[in-house]
Design a protein around this ligand. Structure first.
Ligand code: NOJ
Length: 554
């Protein structure tokens, strides 16, 4: 109770103070006037197949690399859990659509599980049940005028294909194309917004370079680049196929979603730190975006040169660890996206990796090739439920403006942005995060960035990969101990719903728990209820600190 009172007192102090202090900092000013988005702005909410569906072996679904990893290496998952049942969207999809409707979004971004549709990865076996599952979901969304935005690949590769080397084997290119052709044939009459692959950097570097995501190769400096090479070609083949055989008839659009945190120069006055920031952008985003969105295509020059030189020095001879595209391939990949999908959550401070790249990274490795050290140690940005995620909305502004400048003003859709906590329904920290990040998006739009949509992550609490169920990103709480995986809106669901309905950020809209939420709140498991209180306390202290700083500043 006392922290509730403290928070109310602090909030009123903060509101009073910020109105006195004026707009000293756009991103810390909860009293900013309501701000409006363009009338055609697209609002959405997202999820992905492995994270929410469960039904891991329902009907004839095949094993995915995440089924394999979580069943065979439980110790790699923080709480040793898996997505076998997760939020059980395989059965609860009608409730999911109801939630999407409650949020007043115009679009729902979800992904298709390749092994649910083609259990072994090949077209010799297509699952009727798998096809039907997504078909029902799409129909239900359309019934309520919600646009499905479908990702073909969000990390759950059929395990059988991994046994062939997964994305490091060029055979993946025709296989991905066969899978894509089938889903375009099955759903393209109703799905008008497609992305091929979610977050290629994570697929390749976290899957193959380090032991982080399935398939956990932990083989630095070589297979991630093979993965990237095949992935770009597979993406381009699918887009060409769509454009040649489907687009005219079906009238949809297709693109890709890349991701990065914003690399803020550690010392903005240091030319070296600014260069490190630029290099990080080229390595994280440019690796995949330069071949597709730049004027001349191909990998960024700085990647080609650094990896070629280092490969030589490291004794790899004249063949760079970064494979080369032929001129025909460069041409074929260039321009293969109808929009720029971007996922981003946070920022890092960056500086070069020691003098002459002599810092601590393994040699060879992606990080050593990039030669940039990232950290969040020296920042006072508020934290979240994930160690890697700190709140720095200006980073979102900087990132959008960088993409705008670098790729000549492409149409952008923010395909993921959101924040984690450790549970509970009173997620005011998420409300503040969304308001703050949306303010930064609006600033970028006002400064010319062509941002056409914002899709928040995530519709509901779900399986957060290696963090298992410990980190919650949902606007809806899921009771993972109830057989029907009961979903309850958090405060953020009501606030985001209001934003989408009114097209407006309204800082004054901070509802309290309603009756339904109070009942659900009483049923929260003890750890989550405690987290709720803990989070409130931490947020109150952060607010107190910002009030004090605002006073000093004034
Ligand atoms: C990006 C991924 O696409 C998504 O699957 C994940 O849950 C979020 N980041 C949060 O970590």
């Amino acid at each position: 109770m006392w922290h509730m009172l403290l928070k109310i007192a602090l909030l009123s102090l903060a509101l009073e103070q910020s109105s006195r202090c004026g707009a000293a900092s756009t991103y810390n000013n909860p009293s900013s006037n309501a701000r409006h988005f363009p009338s055609d702005f697209m609002w959405g909410v997202g999820s992905s197949s492995y994270q929410i569906e469960g039904g891991w072996n329902a009907d004839d679904k095949g094993e995915s690399i995440w089924d394999y990893l979580t069943h065979n290496n439980r110790e790699k998952i923080v709480d040793q859990s898996n997505g076998d049942i997760s939020a059980d969207s395989y059965h609860q999809w009608r409730r999911d659509v109801q939630m999407v409707r409650e949020l007043h979004v115009t679009s729902y971004r979800f992904s298709l599980s390749w092994p649910r549709i083609m259990p072994g990865g090949y077209m010799n076996h297509v699952s009727t049940a798998g096809i039907k599952y997504y078909s029902n979901l799409i129909d239900e969304l359309l019934k309520y005028n919600i646009t499905p935005m479908v990702t073909m690949y969000h990390w759950d590769l059929p395990q059988r294909l991994q046994e062939l080397g997964g994305w490091t084997n060029p055979e993946i290119i025709p296989l991905f194309k066969d899978y894509a052709r089938l889903v375009l044939e099955m759903y393209g009459d109703r799905v008008k917004l497609w992305t091929t692959i979610n977050e290629p950097w994570h697929v390749c570097e976290h899957g193959y370079g380090v032991d982080y995501m399935a398939p956990s190769y932990n083989f630095p400096g070589i297979p991630a680049y093979l993965c990237g090479h095949n992935l770009l070609k597979a993406h381009a083949e699918v887009v060409h196929m769509y454009r040649e055989q489907f687009q005219q008839r079906q009238g949809g659009r297709i693109g890709i979603t890349v991701d990065t945190s914003w690399p803020e120069p550690k010392n903005p006055d240091s030319a070296e730190d600014r260069e490190a920031s630029e290099r990080a952008m080229q390595f994280y985003i440019g690796w995949f975006a330069h071949p597709i969105f730049s004027k001349h295509g191909n990998y960024p020059k700085v990647m080609i040169e650094r990896i070629r030189n280092m490969s030589k020095q490291q004794g790899f001879g004249s063949r760079s660890r970064l494979p080369e595209f032929t001129p025909e391939e460069i041409h074929r990949i260039k321009g293969t996206s109808d929009f720029f999908g971007i996922n981003s959550y946070t920022s890092n401070l960056v500086t070069p990796n020691g003098h002459n790249n002599t810092g601590k990274f393994p040699i060879p490795s992606f990080n050593h090739d990039m030669g940039v050290v990232e950290s969040q140690a020296d920042v006072d940005w508020p934290g979240s439920g994930s160690v890697w995620l700190k709140v720095y909305p200006k980073g979102m502004y900087n990132l959008l403006m960088w993409i705008h400048r670098e790729y000549n003003g492409p149409e952008m859709i923010i395909t993921e942005n959101g924040v984690s906590d450790r549970g509970g329904l009173e997620d005011y920290a998420r409300v503040d995060y969304i308001n703050l990040y949306l303010s930064a998006v609006l600033d970028a739009i006002e400064d010319g960035a062509n941002v056409k949509g914002y899709i928040t992550w995530s519709l509901m609490d779900s399986y957060e990969w290696k963090a298992g169920y410990t980190e919650k990103f949902g606007l809806y709480h899921v009771d993972f101990s109830s057989p029907e995986r009961t979903r309850t809106p958090k405060i953020s669901a009501r606030v985001f719903g209001n934003i989408c309905k009114t097209n407006t950020i309204d800082w004054s809209f901070r509802p309290k728990l309603n009756e339904e939420q109070l009942v659900a709140s009483a049923r929260l498991p003890a750890e989550e209820a405690a987290e709720n209180g803990g989070a409130r306390l931490k947020w109150s202290l952060a607010l107190l600190l910002s009030v004090v700083l605002a006073w000093i500043h004034c």
